[in-house]
Design a protein around this ligand. Structure first.
Ligand code: IMP
Ligand code: MG
Length: 176
């Protein structure tokens, strides 16, 4: 990776504050309910693990895996479920937890797919949002940070499966 350089876009401290803020809002909105948080593997794992520990109401957790961009940084536009949920979501209050909304294709697909399984409600929380890159209209119910159209890594987000363990969200600059 010698031909790449990293630039901090959002610091660990800023993320921590934002996660607390989102958790507070979610705890208030879902008061007296037990939401099922569905983490979208693998990118959302770090965000989800921090988020659930700041939420002060009872909750459940499950995971779903969908096809990603593979080794490329550009969208293939293809969405496929690679690992489905362990349980029925009928009658449940679903909160999809995602790392980033980019083209919107993944969440648009998941929202429709999970929505067809008769949940009581379905909402989306994303840490990051790149609104400039949308191919389909999609707005998350809770959003941490709107970011410019740059490829970012860290805090769960990867480039070729690397960098997920960084504490900050960084821009990956390719050197000429
Ligand atoms: P969408 O379907 O284009 O909205 O893509 C969403 C998925 O693409 C995210 O869950 C990420 O896994 C991946 N992705 C989009 N942008 C980035 C990025 O800047 N860095 C790393 N992964 C990204
Ligand atoms: Mg993802």
């Amino acid at each position: 990776m010698a031909n790449h350089s990293l630039e901090v876009l959002i610091s660990a401290e800023q993320i921590k504050d934002k996660v607390r803020e989102l958790a507070k809002e979610i705890s208030k909105d879902y008061k007296a309910r037990t939401p099922l948080l569905i983490g979208v593997l693998k990118g959302a794992v770090v965000f989800l693990s921090d988020l659930i520990r700041e939420i002060e109401i009872p909750l459940e957790v499950d995971f779903i895996a969908v096809s990603s961009y593979g080794a490329d940084t550009a969208s293939s536009g293809i969405v496929r479920i690679q690992k489905d949920l362990d349980q029925s979501i009928k009658g449940k209050d679903i909160l999809i937890v995602e790392d980033i909304v980019d083209t919107g294709l993944t969440l648009n697909y998941l929202f429709e797919n999970l929505g067809s399984r008769q949940p009581n409600s379905i909402k989306v929380v994303t840490l990051l949002d790149k609104p400039d890159r949308r191919k389909v209209k999609f707005e998350a119910d809770y959003c941490g940070f709107k970011i410019p159209d740059r490829f970012v890594i860290g805090y769960g987000l990867d480039f070729n499966e690397k960098y997920r363990n960084l504490n900050d969200v960084c821009i990956l600059n390719e050197q000429p």
